[in-house]
Design a protein around this ligand. Structure first.
Ligand SMILES: [Fe+2]
Length: 159
């Protein structure tokens, strides 16, 4: 599968999990954890492998926006993770969902088409295989969402 198809497939999976969450009254916590794991894996794949590989003059501005979006999404996700079962949780999840959907739309409508103009099909295919392999490793490790929390902690204060 090529890299763009693979990332769009991840977007679809996250959107389906959001739908499941909204339409189910039970297993809310488990569904939220699945959403959090899927988002953590998706963000890691893009930040560690995809964005560095597609950094060109034509994409640089869009990638800066994408990194900013990811930072915001991880902050919102961390807010949700520390407030499961609390009254403010639903509002926090709604904010997370809105930020994620807006980011997916920007990638699919602006960044991905630009990348498809730069790369040929073989290049996108090879990159896609790398992304899939990296995602498999993270999925096997499990509980990917837990890596979000330490990333969000401020650096220690110097003495
Ligand atoms: Fe992204």
């Amino acid at each position: 599968m090529d890299a763009i198809q693979f990332l769009k497939q991840q977007h679809d999976q996250v959107e389906e999990l959001f739908d499941d969450f909204e339409n189910n009254d039970e297993e809310k916590l488990s569904l939220f954890e699945q959403i959090a794991d899927a988002l953590a894996i998706h963000a890691a794949i893009e930040e560690r492998w995809f964005y560095p590989a597609v950094r060109y003059r034509q994409t640089e501005r869009h990638l800066e926006e994408a990194y900013d979006d990811h930072l915001e999404i991880k902050r919102l996700l961390a807010d949700c993770m520390v407030s499961t079962g609390e009254p403010g949780f639903d509002g926090r999840l709604a904010a997370l969902m809105a930020a994620v959907l807006e980011h997916f739309e920007a990638e699919e409508n602006v960044l991905f088409p630009e990348i498809e103009r730069i790369f040929d099909e073989d290049g996108l295919e090879a990159l896609g295989q790398q992304l899939e392999a990296a995602a498999d490793v993270l999925e096997e490790q499990g509980n990917a969402r837990l890596s979000i929390m330490p990333e969000m902690e401020p650096p220690p204060v110097q003495p």
